[in-house]
Each structure stands twice: as structure tokens, then as C-alpha cells.
Design a protein. Structure first.
Length: 408
């Protein structure tokens, strides 16, 4: 009999979001290895409640038209618990968040499954960026707006309890692993598995347009969400400095809330660079390589904040820029230095400093040979170290260490 895996994710699948891409490749790896996988995700009115997804049974929590995030998250956890009660014979339950992970940790011994906690983001750190109104805020002694502690403290308690209850933990960043161990979680049950890219999808360079097929001027590209921790405000200020010296276009391709899009456009107008900014909605992930191929320089302007520095992350955008072989300018943060070597594989700038960011962008645009070398060396590392095939193999090794082996 095939080993049975329940994979739970309070995310929409499929979608252009990085979480969906990550989930998809982990599911595909488990299915290819011979596991019987059930995937439970968030619901959506445009998608069926049940379907076959790359060989896995995908169950979506029935859609409830409720704008309140916490109620939807709690309902997701309740749905997963009910499913476990009806289908108790799982060998591994693989969770991506506390929304299902915390309640499952309470019944783990009752049902006898191994609990694998995949830590990509922690609500106690990220929620104040996504839902400032829900978390609430107050001013500290310096006059800065900070989240009220009560809800975040409760979420952190649940995260710590789930981390300690887990039989194994996977995370995409060494920074995240260090944060987890700071919570007195045993380091030997944590495995770092960086994100990746699809070799087949990113290997079709003959199908991509050239850099200037859409724009006659140099294109600075940002691909990703419009979340507040991404540093897009700093990027717009840097754009104003670059545009003062040379014609250029900033192309932002990504998913964001209406509030975030309006704020970016307002800021661009205020800085006088509205004509230099093209703000596009997210595209299908299969179209990303061609989007990147049209850029002259690709940026990851991550801000210096607790999400990036304390919690950590593994920016998918950087790996995909690398895979296409484009020169990269990114914030000089530990999570970035895990992926690229400064000066040889990317130019790094001082986080939150638009002058430093502008200087590095101009350096790439003014020195084509430097740009070419940065792109080539980054691509060589990406294809050597950061593919989804490698990530899938590392995940299977974690399953095997739990005593759950595939049949292939």
C-alpha cells in the first residue's frame, strides 16, 4: 500500500503566488515518488471543491463569503480536523501553517501520524503587514506605529507549541532555521530546503523575446507581491534618482491588494516618475521566464524588517532571475546572501537606502560586460543548486528520516 500523506495549506492553489508554486512542486515530488497525497487548501468560488491535481486529491474548504481572515483561518483548521477524524490512516500530515498545524498537534498522538511542519512564514510576524486593521496598532515611545501584542502573542504561543510538537520541520532559509532554534526547538529536526525553479520551464530560452521587444529604453524589473516588506517604496525613490540620469522604465509585475496598488501609483506621481512605471497584475507562472527575459536589470529591494531579517524567507524571484541569467540588484540581507555571492553573482545595496539602490542599478546599466558576467555566474549557481528537482529530493529525504519511504 502506498504511504498516505495529508498536505494542508491555507493558500489558494493554483495561483500565481509563490506559496502555490512551492506547494505544487512539493506535491508533484511526492506523487512522483509513489505517495498517496491528499491536499487540502483554501476554497474559491471559481474552483471546484474537489479535483485531481497532479495526481493528488485536492480538497478545497467550501467557500464562505467572509472577509474576516481569522474566522476563515479557524474554519480551515476545523475542516482539516474533521477530515482527519473521518480519514485517520495518514502516515504523515504535512502542514504549512498553524491554522491547521496547531489543532493537528493536539490530536497527533491520538491518530498516530508523523507531523511535518513546513515553515515559510509565521503569522505572529507577518500578519501585521497583511491585516493591520485586524491586528490593531498603537504608537510606541518613539512615535512609531506597532502592532498590539495580544493577538500576536497568542499566535506566537501556538507557533511554538506546533514547532515543538512536530516530528520534523522544513524551512527554505537558514535565517528561519536560526529563528526556530532560538525558540528552543531542537536543531536536529530542522532541515533547510531552499526554493527552486522548474528546469524545463526555465530552459526554453529560444522561446523568449529579447530585452527590447516591448520597450526601447532600459527596463528595470520587479516580479512578486506588493507586500509592504518588499521595499517597493525604496525602489520608487531609487527610480527617481536613476531616471534623473538616464531614460528608464520600471516594470512591476505582481499580485497586490487595491490599497497597495493605489499607494504605489500615488507615490510614483508624487516623485514625478509616473510615466516611468508600468504596474501590471500577476501573470501565469509559465509566463514568468519570458517576462524576466525582457529586463535589463532585475531587482529584489527587500526591506530591513522583522519579516526579512528575523523570520527569514527564500525569495523565489531571485532564484528565477538567476535561472534566466539576468543581472540582479538586491538588498544586502542574510537571506539574499544565502542565494548569491555579492559582486560576482549580484550587486547588493544597503537595505532601505534608495541612493545605494540607484547606484547599483546604474552600475549594471552602464557596464554591459559586468551585467553579462553577473547574469552568467548567477545562472550557473541556480542551475547547480536551486532547482525544484533538488528541493523535491531533499523533501523525500526528510520523509525517509521519519520512517516513511516511497515505493519508487
Amino acid at each position: 500500500m502506498k504511504p498516505r500523506v495529508l498536505y494542508t495549506a491555507f493558500d489558494l492553489v493554483p495561483s500565481p503566488k509563490g506559496a502555490s508554486i512551492h506547494i505544487t512542486y512539493f506535491v508533484r515530488g511526492l506523487i512522483a515518488a509513489g505517495f498517496d497525497v491528499t491536499l487540502i487548501t483554501a476554497g474559491d468560488p471559481s474552483l471546484p471543491d474537489c479535483e485531481l491535481y497532479y495526481g493528488a486529491t485536492l480538497l478545497r474548504v467550501p467557500w464562505a463569503d467572509d472577509a474576516h481572515f481569522l474566522r476563515r483561518a479557524v474554519a480551515f483548521g476545523a475542516y482539516v480536523l474533521e477530515h482527519i477524524a473521518q480519514q485517520p490512516a495518514y502516515d504523515v500530515v504535512h502542514v504549512r501553517s498553524i491554522w491547521s498545524g496547531f489543532p493537528l498537534a493536539q490530536v497527533k498522538s491520538e491518530y498516530g501520524f508523523k507531523l511535518l511542519y513546513e515553515v515559510n512564514g509565521l503569522p505572529s510576524i507577518e500578519m501585521k503587514y497583511h491585516y493591520p486593521g485586524l491586528v490593531g496598532s498603537q504608537n510606541n515611545d518613539d512615535g512609531d506605529t506597532v502592532a498590539r501584542p495580544s493577538l500576536l502573542d497568542k499566535l506566537k504561543e501556538q507557533e511554538i507549541a506546533t514547532l515543538h510538537a512536530a516530528d520534523a520541520i522544513v524551512t527554505p532559509s537558514q535565517v528561519t532555521a536560526a529563528y526556530i532554534t532560538s525558540l528552543r526547538v531542537a536543531a536536529d529536526k530542522i532541515t533547510v530546503i531552499p526554493n527552486g525553479f522548474d528546469e524545463e520551464q526555465f530552459g526554453k530560452s529560444d522561446e523568449w523575446p529579447n530585452e527590447h521587444e516591448q520597450s526601447p529604453m532600459p527596463v528595470i524589473l520587479y516580479v512578486g507581491t506588493l507586500a509592504d516588506w518588499q521595499g517597493l517604496d525604496v525602489l520608487l525613490h531609487a527610480l527617481a534618482l536613476v531616471a534623473a540620469e538616464r531614460p528608464c522604465q520600471l516594470r512591476i509585475v505582481g499580485r497586490g491588494r487595491k490599497r497597495q496598488r493605489k499607494l504605489l501609483l500615488k507615490q510614483a506621481r508624487k516623485l514625478g516618475v509616473e510615466e516611468n512605471v508600468v504596474l501590471e497584475t500577476a501573470v501565469a507562472h509559465s509566463a514568468i521566464p519570458a517576462v524576466i527575459a525582457q529586463a535589463d536589470v532585475c531587482v529584489a529591494p527587500l526591506g530591513y524588517n522583522d519579516r526579512n531579517v528575523v523570520q527569514g524567507c527564500c525569495p523565489l524571484k531571485i532564484l528565477e532571475y538567476m535561472a534566466v541569467g539576468k543581472p540582479i540588484v538586491a538588498a544586502n540581507l542574510p537571506v539574499v546572501r544565502e542565494l548569491v555571492c555579492p559582486d560576482s553573482e549580484a550587486l547588493l545595496f544597503t537595505p532601505d537606502d534608495p541612493v545605494s539602490l540607484a547606484q547599483q542599478i546604474i552600475a549594471v546599466l552602464d557596464h554591459p560586460e559586468l551585467a553579462r558576467k553577473l547574469g552568467q555566474q548567477a545562472a550557473a549557481r541556480a542551475w547547480r543548486e536551486f532547482t525544484w528537482s533538488l528541493a523535491q529530493a531533499r523533501l523525500l529525504a526528510v520523509y525517509e528520516a521519519l520512517g516513511v519511504r516511497s515505493l519508487s
